[in-house]
Design a binder for this molecule. Structure first.
Ligand code: NZQ
Ligand code: ZN
Length: 388
């Protein structure tokens, strides 16, 4: 393992079917004013809202509601959340929802007391936080992003067609997160499978970098094998608790900084996907699935050793009598077949992308340098064309 690093993760997790009760242990640590942040109303339909509100009331909290966090939360919504948080002097932001709600809560937590425009400070200039941070707690209802145990906060600016993630430090990670796999049963199939692919993509973004023998890669292979096994079960039977619980746990470990230790990490699939998201507002995981095969086939030769290892260790490709290239390509074929079998989007056209949009997408794509190939603009355009 190369490189020097420090590692700690401050988020306390409560996992399992009875985990919501642990709010009773966490809430007394914070003041009276709680901002209850949630999305478009799924938590009201499935009863999670009522359960959370009851526990908040039992703990004597004053609730300030902040509903309506949309998938791919916008900068306009961020400004609104900052106003609610500041005006009511909230002591805790309790985010009940998926990655969008939790990301947004983190963005509000660092922005409410920020004297400058937070979009410019955090998302255009990528500066650190130097003002008061409101603590965030999370009740996770949608699995995929890992937002429950990391510092990521992705915000979209529809006017400038930019979707940008700021990865904040440990002081912004949720203080605690409640993970009840049964809360995820009501996620619509499309969102569920998008989340499954998001998890896979997070692991691959970290796995496909570096040449050294690194423990993180062995952990990644284990997570991938578990994910593939459980998602195959869950797409057929979404109420399989064992599968859903394994997927939930895998998602958290896929992006809570552990498997990035000692690694350069790539993140180019996410940059391509985020550009698509900024232009179409499509579901995050589907933007990743639509570009992944074209991207990985494009860079396969640059990271041949790792793609070969991926084929054998994750997809059980038999290497006997084959060239390295054949083995690596068979691994990618197996990945493609798996993606088709769980029903994720395989082409950008399905998300409303047209050939004419490609120059704009290229302009919105940030180029990362940690993977096996640093892409030129023309190569990015080519990958988008191959993804259509
Ligand atoms: O808004 P509601 O009504 O709650 O409905 C949501 C939403 O429509 C619904 N949903 C969530 N839980 C449900 C449910 N419906 C029924 N039952 C439930 N239990 O699902 C829809 C999608 O929710 P959303 O939070 O948008 O999904 P996800 O968790 O995939 O989050 C996506 C956002 O996270 C960002 C993405 O870019 C995107 O903005 N990401 C955050 C990352 C991070 N923090 O590290 C990394 C990721 O790569 C990603 O970029
Ligand atoms: Zn993602």
């Amino acid at each position: 393992m190369l490189g020097n690093f420090s590692y700690s993760n401050p988020t306390k997790l409560y996992f399992g079917e009875d985990s919501l009760r642990f709010l009773d242990e966490e809430l007394p640590k914070y003041g009276k004013n709680v901002m209850l942040t949630y999305g478009g109303g799924s938590i009201k339909k499935n009863g999670i809202y009522d359960q959370v509100v009851q526990i908040l009331k039992e703990n004597g909290k004053t609730i300030f509601e902040d509903p309506g966090v949309m998938p791919n939360p916008t900068v306009q919504k961020l400004y609104e959340g900052c106003r609610i948080a500041k005006e009511n002097q909230v002591d805790l932001i309790l985010a009940v929802g998926g990655g969008s709600t939790i990301d947004y809560a983190k963005a509000v937590s660092v922005s409410a007391y920020c004297d400058e425009d937070p979009w410019e400070k955090y998302y255009l200039r990528f500066e650190d936080v130097d003002n008061r941070i409101i603590p965030v707690g999370a009740v996770l209802t949608m699995v995929g992003t890992g937002s429950e145990m990391n510092g990521g906060a992705v915000i979209t600016n529809p006017d400038t067609k930019l979707k940008i993630g700021h990865v904040f430090g440990e002081n912004v990670f949720p203080k605690f997160a409640i993970l009840n796999p049964a809360f995820t049963y009501t996620i619509p199939q499309y969102q569920m499978t998008a989340g499954f692919f998001d998890i896979m993509s997070h692991i691959l973004e970290q796995y496909f970098s570096g040449e050294d023998d690194n423990t993180s890669d062995y952990i990644s292979e284990g997570l991938l094998r578990s994910l593939i096994h459980s998602t195959r079960i869950a797409v057929k039977n979404p109420r399989d608790y064992e599968a859903r619980s394994n997927i939930m746990w895998t998602a958290t470990w896929a992006l809570n900084t552990l498997i990035a230790q000692g690694k350069a990490t790539d993140w180019m699939v996410h940059m391509l996907g985020q550009a698509v998201g900024a232009h179409t507002n499509a579901t995050h995981g589907m933007t990743l699935s639509a570009v992944s095969m074209a991207y990985y086939r494009y860079i396969m030769k640059d990271g041949l050793e790792k793609f070969k290892r991926y084929a054998v260790n994750v997809w059980n490709v038999n290497p006997v009598g084959k060239t390295d290239e054949q083995i690596a390509a068979e691994g990618l074929d197996a990945m493609e077949a798996y993606m088709q079998s769980i029903g994720v989007v395989m082409h950008l056209k399905e998300l409303g992308v047209t050939e004419e949009m490609i120059p704009g997408l290229v302009e919105s794509t940030l180029v990362m340098k940690g993977g096996y190939r640093v892409l030129e603009k023309e190569e990015i355009a080519e990958i988008f064309r191959r993804s259509l």
